[in-house]
Design a protein around this ligand. Structure first.
Ligand code: FAD
Ligand code: SF4
Length: 519
């Protein structure tokens, strides 16, 4: 038998690198083959929502088909490939493929997950293959430049970074270098609830019915991961660039105008509101952040959307998204172990079913299991806040978020959960703990109206667990809150409690924390 020919170069394309032209090819002549790998381990290291796995695999298969139609050579290891059943992880599959198909240099655009990066490095080392990492052109700020921006800053603040990015990319900047509209931030206009009448006239977002490729993936996902969480009944996420562009067009035409004012509001049975639903397309690189920002700003120039909504949206994509990616690489691997508030409680089992009497939690979790989606405030101020107040182990809550959202990739999920929602890395890149009682949920939604608990009560059988645990936090973490001007008022509220009130709250919440599974 003759030994297989050694290829001088192979491009490895990861499941979230599905740009129209594979980024690993850059401007090089496209005369080297690509390799794509579906690995069951990617859906089991945390038990991935069936919709998340379906989205990734379907989008990968569509991208491979599109690239082959462009004349590229794509080698593909599929989920149930008979030659790889005993190699479930990405790294094992890569090593096995390299052992059978010698390669001098493997080129790969930097991964969005440190765990996967290390797996790829180990697989290449095991086969003596040279690995060439390439910068990811999808992001608007390369990693070394984020590090340069961060250098010498004691605390990293999104607001400073956002202004730097607005100026650097000349987005909504007037000729005198100042922000258009005279201010950087329209948050004050952008935090409205729906009022008593609830949301009115929210347009139904674009839905993309599964085609033959997606239906085949769905069957495989049900077969290979029958016990993974989530349902596929509602699956309608964009799986191609064409669909992602339609989703962007749909958002700009129908929801951008009202995006700003109601971006924090929640309502029973309302899954999407005026949100963009673009995170999965952006994170799979079906859309580029630059084109999304350009099109949203163009809508403003045409007079189709107010500055407050447009700035609110730009802040998310140019600000938060790039910032989270920057801090992920700066703070890893420490972020994976961070537990600054010393939280050691297990995640209640109802996070996987939604079966709790707390209506806010059940609404968000049930919606998440149905769609693989919840909007930012549902994640931050409902499930995330519960995790903070109930002292859930950061890594356990982070695994849950990684598992259940279709847009979850480590670079964006982990800093949002560990840093932003749980304040577990001592405020390195958030200005304060995002802390509130049931009163906030009551103000921003109608969830409390249908709940057996009362957001105003802090002890007793009708006491809202969010409220009880908020007061426990204020009592227990008073020094932390006092030292920060943005939370000092909360610390003061705690100091005003009488000793017997404090004792009653602590005794009540000691018991509450002992029966989290039943609340
Ligand atoms: P919109 O609200 O319409 O916002 C527009 C876009 O801005 C989003 O598509 C997204 O790309 C970007 N964006 C907004 N906020 C953030 C943010 N904080 N960080 C990064 N990008 C942002 N986003 C993910 O993409 N993947 C995650 O795994 C993820 N996990 C999160 C976990 C927690 C605890 C929190 C608080 C936030 C998380 N986010 C995550 C950020 C945000 O909630 C989602 O990006 C957003 O809900 C996606 O829905 P959308 O496209 O309708 O966003
Ligand atoms: Fe949630 Fe408390 Fe409101 Fe019930 S009363 S919905 S637990 S905030």
């Amino acid at each position: 038998m003759t030994a297989p020919m050694t290829r001088s170069r192979l491009g490895l394309v990861l499941g979230d690198q599905l740009a129209h032209r594979p980024a690993v090819m850059r401007d090089e002549p496209s005369d080297f083959p690509l390799l794509m790998i579906e690995a069951p381990g990617e859906s089991t290291h945390v038990p991935s929502h069936k919709a998340r796995t379906t989205l990734f695999l379907s989008a990968m298969r569509h991208a491979a088909e599109a690239w082959r139609a462009q004349g590229l050579t794509v080698e593909y290891i599929s989920l149930q490939d008979p030659g790889y059943q005993s190699a479930p992880t990405f790294g094992e599959r890569l090593a096995r493929w390299l052992a059978a198909n010698p390669v001098e240099t493997l080129w790969c655009v930097e991964a969005g997950d440190l765990r996967l990066t290390l797996e790829i490095e180990r697989a290449c080392a095991s086969q003596a293959v040279h690995l060439q990492w390439l910068e990811d052109p999808h992001f608007l700020l390369p990693r070394p430049e984020f590090s340069a921006w961060a250098q010498g800053r004691k605390q990293l603040r999104m607001e400073h970074f956002y202004r730097f990015m607005r100026r650097r990319h000349a987005v909504l900047i007037a000729p005198d270098g100042e922000p258009e509209g005279g201010q950087w931030n329209f948050d004050a206009e952008n935090r409205q609830s729906f009022g008593k009448q609830g949301p009115v006239g929210i347009p139904t977002p674009a839905h993309f019915p599964p085609d033959a490729i997606t239906r085949k993936v769905m069957q495989e996902v049900e077969q290979v991961f029958p016990t993974n969480p989530g349902s596929l009944e509602q699956f309608g996420w964009p799986v191609t660039r064409e669909q992602a562009l339609l989703a962007l067009e749909d958002f700009i035409a129908h929801r951008l105008q009202a995006f700003g004012p109601h971006q924090d509001a929640m309502w029973t049975g309302m899954q999407f509101g005026w949100h963009a639903l673009l995170s999965s397309s952006l994170n799979l690189h079906l859309l580029e952040p630059e084109e999304v920002i350009d099109q949203v700003v163009a809508a403003y120039r045409r007079g189709e959307a107010d500055l407050a909504s447009v700035e609110g949206f730009v802040r998310q994509v140019l600000g938060w998204r790039e910032f989270m990616r920057g801090v992920y690489w700066l703070e890893m691997p420490g972020l994976a172990k961070a537990n600054g508030l010393d939280a050691h409680r297990a995640l209640p089992a109802w996070f996987w079913t939604g079966e709790t009497h707390m209506v806010c939690q059940s609404q968000v979790i049930e919606q998440t299991l149905a769609y693989g989606y919840a909007h930012h405030i549902q994640r931050l101020m409902v499930t995330g806040l519960f995790g903070l107040l109930a002292e859930i182990r950061p890594q356990e809550l982070s695994d849950w978020f990684h598992a259940v959202y279709v847009d979850a990739i480590d670079w964006v999920e982990r800093p949002n959960v560990v840093g932003m929602a749980l304040y577990a890395n001592a405020g390195r890149f958030t200005s304060k703990p995002y802390l509130a009682s049931g009163a906030y949920v009551d103000k921003m939604s109608n969830y409390c109206r249908g709940c057996r608990y009362d957001p105003k009560q802090r002890t007793g059988p009708k006491a809202c667990p969010m409220t009880s645990l908020y007061w426990r936090f204020v009592i227990g973490k008073g020094a932390l809150l006092k030292g920060n001007p943005r939370t000092a008022l909360m610390a003061k509220q705690g100091e005003r409690l009488t000793e017997s009130e404090r004792d009653a709250i602590l005794a009540w919440t000691d018991a509450l924390l002992g029966r989290l599974e039943e609340i």
